[in-house]
Each structure stands twice: as structure tokens, then as C-alpha cells.
Design a protein around this ligand. Structure first.
Ligand SMILES: [Zn+2]
Ligand SMILES: [Zn+2]
Length: 444
């Protein structure tokens, strides 16, 4: 029997996340929902089994920071390849960044990206609206129109919102409809010409540095403005000890601030730049070990809410040589094993991992909150084989681009199955093209 056509099946023998911990049970999925969880569920006629032995059965992952490059950057990624990469990584929802050509500053562009993703049907794509028109940093975009088109997250990512008055007005606007402004925190006057993290290694290599303070100045400003406006701000890809400490203090006094960290800022240190391999060039830059330690601690204690990949595909031509290379690296297909490595070594609890990759990002993006696999929830699921080790071959990734810094590295843990609204998008590690494309286009 085909494993792709059925809408009823049982996921067998996995360690199923129930919101507090895991139990080794079976999960019955019918018509897009989890209907039963229990030991040794009796088989029903016509039902298929999906093997989850040795696997964690988690809610589907949510990535609130992805560059799909559509429209305008299809030589690096397109909706089909980006969606396949997301499904292979265990993701069911992603928030797409709008530094595209044209950018996501009109309802028409937002609707067309969502419709195209719905037709591909491998992951739900939620475009983030631009904060400023044409991402010019000066004039507010039509935030209400973008909100009506479904945007809940607003960002000029790729660029910071440099003008504090614009940031303030954006926060005041989104407060009216419980949106959130997500900021790429970088004071550009301090990073002009920067090639890497400013510190001991940049000094040794003679490369111009990107100081931690350039991020922290904007983190401080955004926290103060969110506090002043009583609005929600989300800090993207925070990477420094000072940023973590400011978020910690702001949360303690009740400011509505959330923060994300990328897998690469959790797992790499700036010594990688000694190779001059452009695959390591990213913005904000890979930091030194003390900052890496601080973001790990921030994620572990809940100061940092979410892991987000900042998946940033680039063509080989844009990654040829260190000084001229574009910034950014792939992330979707390696995120979960990298974060799992922090659970395996005791840095994070499993509870924190699930919160950081499912519940918190869904809350930040105003999506239906996904925090457990229990009867009644939509069958968005990631079945993650924690026993399998695999070596990353950048040419075998689903992404159209190959700029992963983990090429050749052995990772532990791999997504075995992904389910989107009860339909497998990945089975035994293989992408399943949708028979019914409409299933990936469920409304908000
Ligand atoms: Zn950014
Ligand atoms: Zn980004």
C-alpha cells in the first residue's frame, strides 16, 4: 500500500512529547488531527503504520526567520526548494523575510508568495511584512494593509530599522493589532567595512571588526522603545553576551521583548574565519567563545525564546572569496540536529528545545501555538531519529544553494518523517510531493 495517499495512520513506538516529557506510545492520525495516543494501539482496517522506533515525536517545528529569496532571487532558492528544505528539517511553518525584489511591502506580493507556497504544499509560508516602503528605512509601509493580507511579523531584515522615530511609529502601529516588529539589530555606522567579529581573532587576521556594541546599541534602543510604547518587539539573531543580559533585565521588569538565536551562533566560534572560507561569512558575524557561551546560557534559561535559522541561500558566485562574499548561510536542514547536540551534551533540556523550536516561535509569530502531541491537536509533527548519525553533503541538501558551514561534518539525529496537517511531507527521509496541494495552504 502506498504510504502517501492515506489520511489515517499510526505512528508506532516513538517517544512522544506530551507537553511535559516523553512517553513511548503510538499516535493515531485521522483527517489531519491527532485522535488517539496510547500504548500498542489496535490496528484499524486500511490504516498504515509509520515506524518511529528510536525517534522523538515532536510538534512540527516553526522557523520565524527564513530567506526564501522569492521573488527576485530564484537563482539561489525558490519556493519549491526552500519548502523541501524546510520539510526535510522537520518544519511545518516558516516566516519568510521580505528583502526580496520586489520586497514584501504590498498585500499583492504577500498574497502571491503565500499562494505559491500553498501550491507547493510542503510547508506553510507566512511572509513577514516590511516595516518601511521599499525597505527604504524612511517611510512606514502600509502596515494595516499588510496586516489585512495576513502579516503578523514586520521587519526590514537584511537591514536594521536604523531610524528610532520610524521604529517607534512602527511599534505604535503594530500594537493596535497585536503584531510584532522584528529587528535586525546593527548600528551600521559601527559596522561599515566589517569582515568578522571584532576581537582577538580579527586582530590577528588583520580584518576589520564588527563589534558586539554595534548590536547591543540597537538592542538597548529597541527595548527602550518597546517599553515606552507598550508594544511587542522581537530581536532577531542576537549574538552577544551584552544583548542576552539586556533582554534578561528587560524581561525581568516586564518589557514585552522576545529574542531568537541561530544554530550557527550557538555552535561556531570566530576561529572558523582563519580558514577564510566564505561559507562562514554571516551577519551578525560568528562570535567568540564567550559570546557563544552567553547565548547558550540565554537559550537554556529562557532569556532567548526561540531558535531561528536565518536560512540565507546564496549562489556559488556570491560566495567565492572572503572579502567580497555575501553574508548568510543555509540553516533549515541542519537546525534540529545542531540544537539536539546541545540537548545531548546537557546544555539544554529537551523541554527548552521543544519550546525554542515549536511553542515560542509560534507564539511570537501569532500562529496557532504548537506545544504537544496529544489528542485533538492538528497533526503537524516532526519525527526525529536521535540515533542516526549522518555526514552533511552540501550537494545533497534540498536547498538550491549549498552554502552550509556544516558540509563534511557528522551530525547526530535526523528527521525521519514530517507531517503537515496530517499529510506526510517527508517519509523515511524522502520528500513526498503533495497529492493534495491545498493541505499546505491552511488559513491562519
Ligand atoms: Zn538579519
Ligand atoms: Zn535574515
Amino acid at each position: 500500500m502506498s504510504k502517501t495517499g492515506n489520511s489515517t495512520f499510526v505512528i508506532r513506538d516513538g517517544h512522544v512529547w506530551n507537553g511535559q516529557g516523553t512517553e513511548q506510545v503510538d499516535v493515531r492520525v485521522e483527517e489531519g488531527c491527532v485522535t488517539q495516543v496510547g500504548r500498542s494501539l489496535a490496528a484499524h482496517p486500511g490504516e498504515e503504520d509509520l515506524d518511529a522506533s528510536g525517534c522523538l515525536v515532536l510538534p512540527g517545528l516553526v522557523d520565524i526567520h527564513v530567506h526564501l529569496r522569492v521573488p527576485g532571487g530564484e537563482d539561489a532558492e525558490d519556493i519549491a526548494t526552500g519548502s523541501a528544505a524546510a520539510a526535510a528539517g522537520g518544519f511545518c511553518d516558516l516566516v519568510a523575510m521580505g528583502n526580496t525584489a520586489p520586497p514584501y511591502d504590498t498585500a499583492a506580493v504577500v498574497r502571491s508568495v503565500r499562494a505559491e507556497a500553498g501550491a507547493v504544499g510542503l510547508v506553510r509560508v507566512h511572509p513577514a511584512g516590511c516595516v518601511t516602503r521599499g525597505r527604504n528605512g524612511k517611510d512606514l509601509a502600509e502596515l494595516h494593509e499588510l496586516h489585512r493580507a495576513g502579516c503578523r511579523v514586520f521587519t526590514d531584515d537584511g537591514d536594521p530599522v536604523s531610524d528610532a522615530a520610524i521604529m517607534r511609529r512602527a511599534l505604535e502601529y503594530v500594537k493596535g493589532f497585536d503584531g510584532v516588529v522584528a529587528d535586525h539589530c546593527e548600528d551600521r555606522s559601527l559596522t561599515a567595512g566589517a569582515q568578522m567579529h571584532e576581537g582577538r581573532v580579527s586582530g590577528r587576521l588583520g580584518l576589520q571588526g564588527w563589534p558586539a556594541a554595534a548590536e547591543e546599541i540597537v538592542v538597548a534602543r529597541d527595548i527602550l522603545l518597546a517599553e515606552h510604547c507598550g508594544a511587542r518587539v522581537h530581536l532577531q539573531h542576537i549574538s552577544t553576551a551584552g544583548s542576552v543580559e539586556m533582554v534578561r533585565q528587560a524581561k525581568a521588569r516586564g518589557v514585552y521583548v522576545t529574542a531568537e538565536v541561530t544554530p550557527h551562533h550557538l555552535t561556531l566560534t570566530d576561529e572558523v574565519v582563519e580558514t577564510f572560507d566564505p561559507v562562514y561569512k554571516v551577519n551578525p558575524p560568528i562570535r567568540s567563545a564567550e559570546h557563544v557561551q552567553a547565548v547558550r546560557e540565554g537559550l537554556a534559561d529562557g532569556t532567548i525564546d526561540a531558535v531561528a535559522t536565518d536560512h540565507a541561500p546564496h549562489t556559488a558566485e556570491r560566495k567565492e572569496e572572503w572579502t567580497t562574499a555575501a553574508c548568510g548561510m543555509l540553516g533549515l536542514e541542519t537546525a534540529l540536529p545542531l540544537v539536539w547536540s546541545l540537548v545531548a551534551d546537557g546544555t539544554l533540556t529537551l523541554d527548552r528545545m521543544v519550546h525554542a523550536m515549536c511553542a515560542s516561535p509560534s507564539r511570537i509569530a501569532s500562529l496557532p501555538v504548537r506545544d504537544s502531541v496529544v489528542p485533538g491537536v492538528p497533526a503537524d509533527m516532526c519525527v526525529f531519529d536521535t540515533d542516526t548519525a549522518w555526514t552533511v553533503d552540501v550537494h545533497k541538501l534540498r536547498s538550491k544553494a549549498s552554502n552550509s558551514p556544516y558540509g563534511g561534518m557528522q551530525l547526530h539525529g535526523r528527521v525521519r518523517h514530517t507531517l503537515l496537517a496530517g499529510r506526510p511531507t517527508v517519509l523515511d527521509g524522502e520528500t513526498v510531493p503533495p497529492g493534495d496541494a491545498s493541505m499546505g495552504n491552511r488559513p491562519w
